[in-house]
Design a protein around this ligand. Sequence first.
Ligand code: PFF
Ligand code: NA
Length: 452
Amino acid sequence: MSTHNVWTHKGTFLLAAVGSAVGLGNLWRFPYLTGENGGGAFILVYALTIFAVGIPILIAETMLGRASRRSPIMGMRHLTRTHQASRAWESIGWLGASSAFLILSFYSVIAGWAIHYTWQMLTGSLTGADAETIGAGFDALLASPGLLTLYHTLFIIASGLIVGMGIHRGIESSLRIMMPSLFVILLVVLAYGIANGDIGAAASFLFTFNLADLSLEGWLQAMGQSFFTLSLGMGAIMAYGAYMSSEASLTRTAIAIAVVDTAVAMVAGLAIFSLVFGAGLGPGQGPGLMFVTLPLAFAEMPFGALIGGVFFILVLGAAISSSISLIEPVAAFLVERFDLTRPQAVTLMVVASWALGLLTVTSFNVWAEGTLFHALFGRSAFDLIELLTNIFMPLGGLLIALFAGWALTHSEVMKEMRTSEAWFIVWRFLVRFVAPAAVAFVFLRSIPQVEG
Ligand code: PFF
Ligand code: NA
């Protein structure tokens, strides 16, 4: 495997990893979780986890990818062989690939909603609409398996096409156009939020905290969100890391990814809550925050249809740049292991994930609460898949931290990290002890949910 693929530029890994990190997690999940959990205290726990646990694992996961120069499954096999480590560590690759497959299946369905809202905004169908109309519109969308399937299909095909064109012509070139545009749009939306909303209320909601306000459940959600938002434990970062230039700095790159991802979440939160508070609406809407509360705010504001449309295009772009990173680890594995062509491998992954996504589609309508599916499994298929990923993700992160912290030797790590001895000691302490303890805490707490 001496002819491995490498990104075109030293900085491309950063671009690709930021593309993976910045997504629905920042624009949709972060704001609604913050809104549901009362604001500042949630953000404090989230930020602490990102810096104390997220960054060390991000470094570890990138390191495993770059050291192996293979897809996560084959890469972990290679690393365990060369270290004469237990084959159990290979589960890191398999866990990652399965999580990527599971996440893509529902990520694509939710991203599909943004197609619907882009269309609704730009055609002006929501302009001047009241809360009842907009709420009913969202309910009607969820009640329609046909529409949800249509959008899910469109979104996943677009993602598959990009990955199918290869890491250079597909992934790199699309990110090089998409990512800068996304940042510009985000700033436009922020400026609009400042001009038309209540930025003071948004800032005080996000940045004043009282830790006592945060429930244990809130702590767990904050930590879980910090893994999801950095794309950790799913093989995405490892797969991209396999193509990373040997010259790029692991530490600096990981810090940059975390800082950009956190900044995007904060700016999105400020913009969204400014508009929501400005329109006199509440923050605690849950998943409907982006699809009901926000459209309502846009419906009442000048040029709301236009800026709202642009905002949902931002959501779509951010979602696509993340979904392609979920396809890559599995597609690269199929190419390496079974000698498939890249288009064949991508098609296989996308079709399978698409089919699983149909279960998520039914969770909002034909198999929603009160149906046989619910009676059998105690929850919707969507909740079931999300629960599985909430277990796989931290488990993958935990194993990555342990493998990098305990199985890799000092000289190997130094060869990849090329950092001072002091930083090495800090990093190793974090991946050996702090990250595993934090992840184990989140992980063990998610077990009782399996029964309840
Ligand atoms: N980090 C992405 C987000 O915040 O939306 C979601 C994600 C993408 C998670 C890729 C995992 C992954 F492998
Ligand atoms: Na993110």
